[in-house]
Write a protein that binds this ligand. Structure first.
Ligand SMILES: [Zn+2]
Length: 119
């Protein structure tokens, strides 16, 4: 099954189905917008997320989600449920298509990408 990772804004409900998979796991990492305090929880298929190479595989996915969340800051983070297949990011429950992030567009400094239990 191709890997899909969802990012759901803290304090909001999913806008639609979670990524395919019988069981889901909320990853230990959260993505916090570098410009404000909006935080997204990352959710993936349980089995995929426990795989040996998940950390490696998920890097590109998380980068795409970071870029999208960063861009969403200018729109009040209206898109609360995002998901990516590692190529494109889509907003679940929305009719809009998100533009594909440009490869040269790197996230701003100041990202907190840390284990949730870290202080
Ligand atoms: Zn923000």
């Amino acid at each position: 099954m191709p890997l899909t990772i969802a990012a759901i804004q803290s304090g909001t409900d999913p806008k639609g189905p979670l990524p395919p998979g019988a069981f889901h796991r909320t990853l230990e990492e959260q993505l916090t917008c570098p410009k404000c305090h909006v935080t997204y929880n990352l959710i993936a298929d349980y089995d995929e997320s426990m795989g040996r190479f998940f950390e490696e595989e998920s890097r590109k996915f998380i980068l795409l989600l970071k870029k999208t969340i960063q861009r969403g800051h200018d729109h009040n983070h209206q898109l609360t449920h995002l998901e990516t297949n590692g190529v494109v990011v889509r907003a679940v429950g929305e009719v809009i298509e998100l533009p594909r992030p440009k490869p040269e567009e790197t996230p701003l400094d100041g990202w907190t990408y840390h284990p949730r239990h870290a202080k």
